[in-house]
Ligand binder design. Sequence first.
Ligand code: SF4
Length: 96
Amino acid sequence: MADNYQIEKNDGKESVARCKRGRVAKIVVDKNVCIGAGSCVVVTPGVFQLDKENKAYIVDPNTANEDELLLSAQSCPVSAIKLYDEEGKQIWPEAN
Ligand code: SF4
């Protein structure tokens, strides 16, 4: 299981969770980009759910490990889920 994520924000624009350790230290869902395709919910239903506007938000990242989190972010057809490491470097989507 992943390490102790805390939900930092869940508003109309963004859903953000952070943890202090590990490869994936920050998860961001950009709701402006999300099209409600639901792939992230299928891959990790404990982590992401759709709100009433059909936008994904973070429920509990501690229900998945880092590989599953990465898989879930990669499943998003519009790259609305961004992952960062401890130093703030973006892990996913990969920078060109
Ligand atoms: S997979 Fe992407 S577009 Fe689909 S609900 Fe999740 S964040 Fe939104």
